[in-house]
Design a protein around this ligand. Structure first.
Ligand SMILES: O=P(O)(O)OC[C@H]1O[C@H](O[C@H]2O[C@H](CO)[C@@H](O)[C@H](O)[C@H]2O)[C@H](O)[C@@H](O)[C@@H]1O
Length: 395
């Protein structure tokens, strides 16, 4: 299916350099007094101190660059080139980026023309997509207007949130029962009951959701629960002397935030994560927006979660289905890739600065995401002559 008729598909490179290999840094880079990482409880690991090394090692490894480029500066915004002419080199770069990844709002007619007579399924990331990026992860709240927009979208289209946070946490933040939720980057999914799907996937069981409704619960990394718990506690202990560091427990993965850490202490953060990963070869590192994420080495990600949910909803491999995934982060690229490679649907990157992506379209920020969702609802209402589905979506 020709997803975007206006231009040929651009050949994409992977987003910003991400070095997923082991971090390699040395303790003489630490800008804070190191206490040595040994613990009395016996539940933590003993982390050996590193021999002094050179800053060049860290730079050549690429991870510091990945940390620095992991979240765009907030002030810079891509201009709306429909009303403004490009004037300098930055503008021209922004302009060509917008040509490659046009605004989903400006391309709304093109999207809905393609969506006619198709069932749209909506997948939404949370942080940076539904809520603005803020310094304190606990304060990343959705506006009530955004909540209404998501609620309305869910009346017309099957809708799921796929977040890096724990499923419980993202449910608490979104607070809508009308949706499906996948937490821990898709490693904890609640989807509709589907016997064929649960038979096909080990670790997929029947359960009940918060409303007592029967659901499929899929936790492909269930065997890692204890390990992640242990690693979380060690990370908390080892980062406690680094001002601004924050560790979050997402049940199947853990996040180490450095957004509020002085840049001179970023190597210290990375050192700690690196040393822990060395002790746990079954865990790996991924980069998010000013956050290092420790997760199991399993073949599962947000892209697989989209496929799983489509299958659960009976919407996979159908030409008359159009999945739309909206997200802002590197981990969302897995979902964009699945949609692009399978010519299955549209990825929409939320970004105020140009970056390489597997998405098809772009939106600048959560406000534009909300406008897009509201436009979809208006369009659908017109299509249906004002009728809305009160129950879950007819499949
Ligand atoms: O997949 P997501 O729903 O986008 O979750 C990814 C991470 O989001 C959160 O961190 C990010 O947002 C915070 C609040 O705006 C910000 O302070 C932080 O710098 C960002 O990385 C969340 O706290 C992480 O645990 C998620 O993994």
């Amino acid at each position: 299916m020709d997803m975007k008729s206006s231009s040929s598909s651009p050949v994409l490179t992977d987003p910003a350099p991400i070095n997923k290999s082991r971090l390699c840094i040395h303790s003489n880079l630490l800008a804070y007094p190191q206490s040595g990482a040994s613990f009395s409880s016996g539940k933590h690991i003993n982390i050996p101190r590193k021999k002094p090394g050179k800053l060049d090692d860290v730079r050549s490894n690429g991870w510091l660059d990945a940390m620095k480029s992991s979240s765009p500066p907030r002030k810079k915004h891509i201009k709306d080139f429909s009303i403004e002419l490009a004037s300098d080199e930055t503008d021209i770069a922004d302009y060509s980026w917008m040509l490659k990844y046009p605004s989903a709002l400006n391309s709304f007619e093109q999207i809905t023309n393609f969506a006619k007579k198709k069932k749209i399924a909506i997948f939404l990331d949370y942080d940076g997509t539904l809520s603005p990026i803020v310094d304190d992860p606990d304060q990343a709240l959705m506006s009530s207007d955004m909540r209404s927009a998501v609620r309305n979208v869910a009346k017309y289209f099957p809708t799921a949130i796929i977040s890096g946070r724990s499923r419980d946490k993202v449910y608490e933040l979104v607070g809508l029962t009308e949706l499906y939720y996948a937490g821990s980057h898709g490693m904890d999914i609640v989807g509709p009951i589907n016997k064929a799907v649960s038979n096909d996937h080990p670790n997929c069981i029947q359960s009940t959701d918060q409303q007592g409704e029967e659901v499929n619960l899929f936790q492909p990394a269930i065997e890692f629960i204890r390990m992640i718990d242990e690693v979380f506690r060690t990370l908390v202990e080892n980062t406690k002397e680094i001002k601004g560091a924050k560790v979050e427990h997402h049940k199947f993965c853990a996040s180490v935030h450095y957004r509020n850490v002085e840049e001179k202490n970023w190597p210290a953060i990375a050192q700690i994560v690196h040393d822990i990963l060395k002790q746990y070869p079954r865990l790996k590192l991924t980069h998010g927006r000013k956050v290092l994420e420790v997760r199991p080495v399993i073949d599962w990600n947000k892209g697989k979660a989209v496929e799983f949910l489509l299958e659960s909803l009976g919407l996979n491999n159908h030409d008359d289905v159009l999945p739309i995934y909206i997200g802002d982060d590197r981990t969302d690229e897995d979902a964009f890739k699945v949609l692009r490679e399978g010519n299955k649907g549209y990825g929409i990157l939320v970004s105020s600065t140009p970056k390489e992506t597997n998405a098809f379209y772009s939106l600048r920020d959560p406000t534009e995401v909300m406008k897009f969702l509201n436009s979809l609802v208006r369009w659908k209402k017109l299509q249906e002559g004002g009728r809305s589905m009160n129950n879950r979506w007819s499949i």
